[in-house]
Design a protein around this ligand. Structure first.
Ligand code: NAD
Ligand code: UFG
Length: 376
């Protein structure tokens, strides 16, 4: 059984679907501080298998001890964490407590239980402002520009140290570049609970009229069109990388670091143009000064993951944007209003049949909407 912390969050939910679909038993631990219990039902529909779910906190040591006693856990995928850069500047202690202390707590509970296989959701933010492009795993780690970035680097250092101290550990540090997109069913996606900070969720809300216009944070970077360049990766490709990495960790001990990116960068303007083409929507824009702490460009050399894990991203930018737009159209308020799971008093088997039918319906092209304004 695989424990996925943060397993009902944006990335964790996609990982759970892939793990369950691959025949693994999955236990999710999530305190729901940035997610919804409804996601468990949607994971179940998509995977055709139900994960076990515990609402709880990775900082709760007695709870973790009980979990490792009660469930036959072989490996842990640690996605639980706080991720809003701006919030981390305002509330650094909360970020260090969750992302660093929470990770230490988890590692201690794992060590006590004799579970030594750990995959960690890290971030390209640990590279800071890297001069070399593309970025490979041997790049000197930079100075993260905010407490969130520091907390990820600190957690990486903790996990690297324990793996080096005891040969029983197999630790994978996955440095995500910029995950976007959604499950192609439109049932899982990113559901920000406050005004989004990241480019794509904000752009989606402009497209649906929830935000007035998209600010382009600087058009004077030393990039081809002056706007920031990032390596956007489909969340389904990212999830697939976790299965490959877990497989590798079963056979190799020590600490291993892999970039999960596509190896291709797109500028903000390229993203907007591609989204307009894919969705048929018009995105009002305004240019503002650079955002504090932003770097000009960042894209991965994903060669190490290709060589060691036989993994590479296969979905292109159009697919990322199309899937993200489908998710946004079908869930304009995220998981808040659940049109799939409104009646919690009905028997579970009735709910499951209805959920499967709803999911089937969602897979069918929607012919009633303006074809120019929505994708099918
Ligand atoms: P998310 O907020 O959607 O998911 C995180 C999940 O962790 C949420 O369900 C939240 O409720 C849960 N959680 C938070 N604190 C917890 C705690 N103390 N105990 C138990 N559960 C807790 O974020 P995401 O985008 O899915 O990111 C997942 C991981 O990937 C995070 O660690 C994040 O830092 C990392 N990451 C994300 C990105 C990105 O752009 N989304 C990029 C790089 C790295
Ligand atoms: N951008 C805009 N307008 C917006 C939002 C973003 O122009 O409204 C620009 C940014 O300036 C940047 C690009 O779009 O050039 C991407 O910005 P995001 O905020 O989407 O992503 P970042 O690369 O800044 O950071 C994200 C996560 C970090 C993570 C990093 C690498 O927020 O947590 O990717 O994985 F560390």
């Amino acid at each position: 059984m695989i424990l996925v912390t943060g397993g009902v969050g944006y990335i964790g939910a996609h990982i759970c679907v892939e793990l369950l679909s691959d025949g693994n038993d999955v236990l999710i631990l999530d305190n729901l501080c940035n997610s919804s219990r409804i996601t468990v039902e949607r994971i179940t529909v998509l995977a055709g298998a139900r994960p076990s779910f515990i609402e709880g906190d990775v900082r709760n040591r007695p709870l973790l001890e009980r979990i490792f006693t009660d469930y036959p856990i072989d490996a842990v995928v640690h996605c639980a964490g706080l991720k809003a850069v701006g919030e981390s500047v305002r509330e650094p202690l909360r970020y260090f407590e969750t992302n660093v202390s929470g990770s230490v707590n988890l590692c201690q509970a794992m060590a006590d239980a004799g579970v030594h296989t750990l995959l960690f959701s890290s971030s390209a933010t640990v590279y800071g402002e890297c001069v070399q492009m593309p970025i490979d795993e041997s790049c000197v780690l930079g100075q993260p520009t905010n407490p969130y970035g520091h907390s990820k680097l600190m957690a990486e250092n903790v996990m690297g140290s324990i793996a080096r101290s005891d040969p029983r550990w197999s630790v994978g540090l996955l440095r995500y570049f910029n995950p976007i997109g959604a499950h192609p069913s439109g049932l899982l996606g990113e559901a920000p609970t406050t005004a989004p900070n990241n480019l794509l969720p904000y752009l989606l809300q402009v497209a649906t009229g929830q935000q007035k216009e998209l600010s382009i944070f600087g058009d004077d970077y030393p990039t081809p069109d002056g706007t920031g360049v990032r390596d956007y990766i489909h969340v389904m490709d990212l999830a697939g990388g976790h299965l490959k990495a877990l497989d590798y960790l079963q056979r190799n001990s020590g600490v291993h670091t892999w970039n999960l990116g596509t190896g291709r960068g797109y500028s903000v303007l390229e993203m907007v143009n591609a989204f307009e083409r894919v969705s048929g929507m018009n995105i009002p824009l305004k240019t503002t000064p650079r955002r504090n702490g932003d770097i000009a460009q960042c894209w991965a050399d994903p060669g190490k993951a290709a060589r060691e894990l036989s993994w590479c991203a296969t979905r292109n930018l159009d697919e990322m944007l199309r899937d993200a737009w489908r998710w946004q159209c079908q869930n304009p308020h995220g998981y808040e209003v659940d049109n799939l799971y409104p009646n919690t008093s009905e028997p579970e088997d009735v709910t499951m049949i209805r959920l499967v039918r709803s999911a089937d319906a969602l897979f069918r092209p929607n012919t009633t909407r303006d074809a120019n304004k929505t994708i099918t």
